[in-house]
Design a protein around this ligand. Structure first.
Ligand code: FPP
Length: 260
C-alpha cells in the first residue's frame, strides 16, 4: 500500500525515540503485521492498579499502533483482543472488556474514517453481548467503503474453533454435492477462514515476553516471522513497532526452501 513519506517522517519526529526511521527499508515492508497484545494485567499490577486500568492503557497503545501502521503503509494490521479462552476471566473483567471494545470502537470511528481504515473481525461475534455486537456491526458498515488499511480485531477468536468451523462448512458443501471431498485442498479451507481474502501475516509480534501462540491464527502463521518483545502492551510505542520491523527485515524468509 502507498505511504506518505513526509507524514511518516513527521510522525516519528513528533516523539522522542532511540532508533532512527532510516533503519527501515521502505521497499521491503511486510503487507500484514499481526500482534498478540499481552501484558495489560501485569502493567497494571506493577503500578498497584486494577487490571481494567491496564486495558485502558492498552487502548492508547492500540491507537498509536494503528496510526503507526497506517503511516507505514501496511495493507493489514490485525490484533488479538479476546480469545475463546478469555471467557474464563472474572465476570467483572469480561464485562469491562466487552464494554471497552464497544466504546473504543465508537470513539475511534472518526480516526478510521480520516485514515480510510477498513474494519474487519476474526471470531464468532454471535456470543458477544448485544451492545458489543451492534457496535461492531455499525463499525463494519460505516467503514465498508474505506479504501485504506484493513484493521482486523480478533474477538472471541480461537484458531481451533476457526478450523473446526471451516471443516463443518466444507462438510456441508460436500453433503450438498457442491464439492468433491477428494478434491479439498488448502485453498478450499482458506475460503472459510475469518481471514479469507487477506494475505497471511508476514510478521507476528507478541508483547510481554511470552513464547506462546495461544491458539492464534495457527493456519495463517505457517510461514510468518515471529518477534517477541518483553515490553508490556501498554508500553508498546511506534519505536517498538519500528524495532520489530527492522528485525523482520534482517531475517531471510525461505518459506520452506533453501538459503539463497
Ligand atoms: C492482554 O493483556 C490484553 C487483553 C486480553 C485485552 C486486550 C484489549 C485491549 C488492549 C483493549 C483493546 C481495545 C479494542 C477496541 C480491541 P492481559 O490481560 O492478558 O495481561 P496479563 O497477561 O499481564 O494478565
Amino acid at each position: 500500500m502507498q505511504f506518505d513519506k513526509a507524514k511518516l517522517a513527521a510522525f516519528y519526529r513528533d516523539a522522542l525515540g532511540d532508533i532512527s526511521l532510516d533503519a527501515l527499508d521502505m521497499s521491503r515492508m511486510p503487507a500484514h503485521v499481526s500482534i498478540i497484545m499481552d501484558g495489560n494485567g501485569r502493567w497494571a499490577q506493577a503500578r498497584g492498579l486494577e487490571r481494567s486500568q491496564g486495558h485502558l492503557a492498552g487502548v492508547a497503545s492500540l491507537r498509536e499502533t494503528v496510526t503507526t501502521a497506517v503511516r507505514l503503509g501496511l495493507d493489514v494490521l490485525s490484533v488479538y483482543a479476546f480469545s475463546t479462552e478469555n471467557w474464563n476471566r472474572s465476570q467483572k473483567e469480561v464485562t469491562f472488556l466487552m464494554q471497552l471494545f464497544a466504546e473504543t470502537l465508537l470513539n475511534e470511528l472518526p480516526l478510521f474514517h480520516q485514515e480510510q481504515v477498513k474494519l474487519r473481525f476474526f471470531g464468532d461475534l454471535e456470543a458477544l453481548p448485544q451492545k458489543t455486537q451492534e457496535t461492531f456491526k455499525q463499525g463494519l458498515a460505516e467503514t465498508a467503503n474505506n479504501t485504506g488499511m484493513v484493521f482486523a480485531l480478533a474477538v472471541n477468536y480461537g484458531a481451533r474453533a476457526e478450523l473446526a468451523r471451516a471443516a463443518a462448512l466444507l462438510a456441508a458443501e460436500a453433503k450438498a454435492g457442491s464439492i468433491d471431498p477428494a478434491s479439498i485442498g488448502p485453498a478450499d479451507v482458506e475460503k472459510y477462514l475469518y481471514t479469507a481474502g487477506l494475505p497471511d501475516p508476514d510478521l507476528l509480534i507478541r508483547t510481554s515476553g511470552e513464547l506462546r501462540l495461544s491458539n492464534y491464527l495457527l493456519w495463517q502463521i505457517a510461514y510468518s516471522e515471529m518477534y517477541v518483545t518483553p515490553t508490556l502492551w501498554p508500553d508498546f510505542t511506534r519505536w517498538d513497532f519500528l524495532r520489530a520491523l527492522v528485525a523482520f527485515q534482517a531475517r531471510e524468509r525461505r518459506f520452506g526452501g533453501v538459503a539463497s
